[in-house]
Write a protein that binds this ligand. Structure first.
Ligand code: ATP
Ligand code: MG
Length: 333
């Protein structure tokens, strides 16, 4: 069984974008790979260093979310990044193998710096050493567990390429030691936001979270963007540009969706009624996830057990890798 490694930053609860995006891939691959799932608290701190409470709380929040969406702790090693100091140690050694210019040119890093003007200034002039170096830390995450495969979205490919470069450089200087990871490119498309934005995202304020209660969901769906050309209740409309229909397609039944689509096109369905039907469908969709999550909320010791076991598995693997790395680098005193 090949080893696969992925990480999730504990900066907020999981939303529907995660569920239908990365989460879908993860539910599928858990049966086919030896799966290490890193709760990347150290990486979350690179741009949340001033809010440690948030990061700590979300370590447990997202672990509960991940268990609730059906990741099986018998199959997946859930671990907390900061509990594996070997990753930080590897990051230091790898940082000699990458230039500052190369990190500054990394397209993923560039995009993120531009999105975080408040933290890093207009031209990224206040960027921290830690944030600029996070691709190096990701290379350490992957190689520490000899990750052979990494599931990625298009936008994260430059990070994986950066990791491969570091691996090749390491192996060429110190001898064949590290495993060069392959990509598993995500087949799931980006999930759009209720506001019509191309992406549902935490920082975009347009997400439905798996933990949202009925009233929150009602308010969010009532505010969703519909076909702007539809003015009156019985105007015909185009469901393909309506976010309400988009979400019906995600969470409602196929036969309902055909009816909804036809009624909408013929002007036989008002947007308010359509939103109410979506609220019902969303409730039905989320109920089993929230039910499962409730178990872990009531049994935090079970969550701790999952994290402890996964972290122990990760530690064993990390110690092995560290031994090889130190031998190769002649620092195995
Ligand atoms: P932020 O807005 O703070 O960046 P986010 O909501 O984008 O947060 P991340 O933690 O950046 O969430 O994403 C974690 C993973 O989930 C990534 O692999 C990302 O590609 C995937 N993901 C996030 N949002 C979506 C979405 N709308 N559709 C599909 N996949 C998504
Ligand atoms: Mg993001």
């Amino acid at each position: 069984m090949k080893t696969i490694l992925t990480g999730l930053r504990p900066t907020g609860n999981l939303h529907l974008g995660h569920y239908f995006g990365a989460g879908k891939t993860w539910r599928e691959i858990q049966n086919d790979y030896d799966f290490y799932l890193e709760i990347a608290d150290v990486q979350a701190l690179t741009d949340n260093f001033n809010d440690p409470e948030k990061v700590r709380r979300n370590v447990f929040e997202i672990t509960k979310d991940l268990l609730a969406i059906g990741l099986d702790p018998e199959k997946v090693h859930f671990f907390i990044q900061s509990k594996i100091p070997e990753i930080a140690e590897l990051t230091v050694y790898y940082s000699n193998l990458v230039t500052v210019a190369r990190l500054q040119r990394n397209p993923t890093v560039k995009t993120e710096i531009a999105q975080k003007k408040e933290l890093f200034g207009n031209d990224g002039e206040s960027i921290t050493y830690g944030f600029l170096g996070y691709p190096v830390s990701q290379a350490a995450d992957i190689t520490c567990f000899e990750g052979e495969v990494v599931p990625v979205g298009e936008d994260q490919l430059p990070l994986l390429e950066q990791c491969r470069e570091i691996v090749r450089k390491f192996n060429s200087i110190y001898g064949e030691t590290l495993v060069e990871p392959q990509q598993l490119l995500s087949k799931t498309p980006r999930i759009k936001g209720l506001d019509g934005n191309d992406k549902m995202g935490k920082s975009l304020g347009n997400a439905i979270y798996l933990v949202d209660d009925d009233e929150t969901i009602r308010q969010k769906i009532m505010g969703a963007v519909t076909d702007p050309n539809k003015i009156k209740k019985d105007d015909p409309a185009n469901p393909d540009i309506c976010m309400v229909y988009y979400y019906h397609k995600l969470v409602n039944k196929e036969e309902n969706n055909q009816r909804i689509c036809e009624e909408c096109k013929k002007g036989e369905r008002g947007c308010v009624a359509c939103k109410k039907e979506l609220i019902e469908a969303m409730h039905e969709f989320l109920a089993p996830i929230q039910e499962k999550r409730k178990f872990y909320e009531e049994h935090p010791e079970e969550v701790n057990k999952v994290l402890d076991k996964g972290t122990q598995d990760a530690k064993e693997k990390a110690v092995e890798t560290m031994k090889k790395v130190k031998q190769a680098m002649k620092i195995d005193y």
